[in-house]
Design a protein around this ligand. Structure first.
Ligand SMILES: CC(C)(COP(=O)(O)OP(=O)(O)OC[C@H]1O[C@@H](n2cnc3c(N)ncnc32)[C@H](O)[C@@H]1OP(=O)(O)O)[C@@H](O)C(=O)NCCC(=O)NCCS
Length: 207
């Protein structure tokens, strides 16, 4: 046996060991994520089957959150529904099937944030349906209250990292919001928007 053969044999074992270790870690992680989802559902989140929760996900008023099947909420995300302004008894935050909420993303809803099936929200985004009222100059902003407008994000949308989606916005099916964008107006289906405020830069090939 030559030196090279011995080396490649050792590399082969190392790769195999690495794969087994990665596989075990992945399985363990999935199992733990399922347990976290179970705990979230015991806390009041209504969810379909096979949802996964990363670590340190923060839920405020979880009984106002609804999730479809196969959703993933990644670590450090926050789903917050401090109040229910709709008073309709419907969920404030509704996620369809196969929705991914990225690490550190915050969804802050007092009225309604709806996200359609197969939509991917990348890490560190902020989605809100609420604004502070600041019309009066004689009163502190913190005492002027809030205004609320529904946010609707369609199906098969990709919201890239570090985006802000503001109150009243509707994002059409198949749209893409480029990284670091602030969406202040409605986004047409299958369009790609970027910037702050977000403007159309192109349409997706499917259009
Ligand atoms: C949306 C995205 C995919 C578009 O990529 P693309 O189709 O290759 O777009 P292009 O590079 O051709 O850009 C087209 C124009 O939009 C501009 N643009 C692209 N992304 C932009 C952004 N995030 N903000 C502002 N302008 C942007 C480009 O500068 C270019 O302008 P120009 O024609 O004046 O030069 C990419 O910009 C992006 O944001 N990726 C996100 C990555 C990410 O967040 N990943 C997280 C993992 S989920």
């Amino acid at each position: 046996m030559r030196y090279g053969d011995r080396k490649s044999e050792a590399n082969g074992f190392r790769k195999l060991f690495y794969r087994i270790r990665q596989g075990m870690a992945w399985r363990l992680d999935c199992g733990v994520s399922r347990w976290r989802a179970l705990i979230a559902s015991l806390r009041g989140v209504r969810m379909g089957s096979d949802c996964l929760f990363g670590r340190c996900v923060r839920l405020q008023a979880p009984w106002r959150i609804w999730m479809g099947q196969h959703c993933t909420v990644d670590a450090y995300a926050e789903l917050k529904c401090p109040t229910d302004q709709s008073r309709s008894g419907h969920s404030n935050i509704s996620l369809g099937d196969h929705v991914f909420v990225g690490r550190g993303t915050i969804i802050d809803s007092n009225l309604g944030v709806t996200i359609g099936n197969n939509t991917f929200v990348a890490p560190f985004c902020f989605i809100t349906d609420t604004n502070h009222v600041f019309a009066s100059k004689d009163t502190l902003i913190r005492l002027q209250g809030y205004s609320y407008r529904q946010v609707t994000i369609g199906q098969d949308v990709w919201i890239a990292a570090h985006c802000v989606i503001l109150a009243g916005v509707t994002i059409g099916d198949g749209a893409v919001v480029a990284a670091n964008s602030t969406v202040t107006r409605d986004v047409a289906a299958c369009s790609v928007v970027a910037g702050s405020p977000a403007r159309i830069i192109k349409t997706t090939a499917r259009n």
